[in-house]
Design a protein around this ligand. Structure first.
Ligand code: FES
Length: 192
């Protein structure tokens, strides 16, 4: 049976519109408004340390030092469990004063920004800031050397990563804890 032409045209139109919307959101750093049941983060989700002396404790903006990063996990505030233990990993960076660029501001809480910790190349963890050369102060993936700029909405500065990391929009709750303002701004993980 042949597919009716009108149906096929409609499907193509819908696909093109969805692709355009996603592209615009990625470029502008705007938050996705519609979370789904499988999203690794949703509005009001908590962020807890994944390692170190504060492991499993909530991340407070006031405890972060400028120019440093921490590795955290997005958790459901009701269960305190990750919605997705891999895709819910984030790197939180407190930028030095005045460094944040316009592309990062919509998703930041002051000078604090958060991005998916899953590299868009082959999915390795991006959990640290580089210390030397072109990676200094930038999010680095040591698997194949991709470099992302935390001040510029995780723009790719080097290496094989095809796309920037998805941003996690942030806000502060009443006690100064960092929480998600919305779902990730784009697809988390490997991109083509
Ligand atoms: S997986 Fe990150 S650079 Fe290859």
């Amino acid at each position: 049976m042949t597919e009716p032409k009108t149906t096929r045209r409609q499907i193509l139109k819908i696909g093109a519109a969805a692709g355009a919307s996603a592209g615009i959101a990625a470029l502008t750093g705007q938050a996705s408004a519609q979370a789904t049941a499988t999203d690794p983060a949703r509005a009001d989700d908590l962020l807890i340390y994944q390692e170190g002396p504060k492991k499993d404790q909530p991340v407070k903006a006031a405890d972060l030092k400028a120019g440093t990063a921490v590795w955290a996990m997005v958790v459901d505030p009701a269960t305190k469990k990750p919605r997705d233990p891999v895709k819910g990993g984030v790197i939180i960076v407190k930028l030095a004063s005045g460094k944040i660029q316009a592309s990062s501001k919509p998703n930041a809480a002051g000078d604090v920004v958060a991005y998916s910790a899953v590299c868009t190349h082959q999915g390795c963890p991006t959990k640290q800031l580089g210390e030397i050369g072109s990676g200094k102060g930038k999010i680095t993936c040591t698997c194949h050397g991709s470099i992302f700029d935390p001040a510029d909405n995780a723009k790719v500065l080097g290496g094989p990563a095809p796309k920037r990391l998805a941003a996690l929009p942030l806000k502060l709750d009443g006690s100064g804890q960092l929480v998600a303002k919305a779902a990730f701004t784009g697809k988390v993980g490997i991109s083509k």
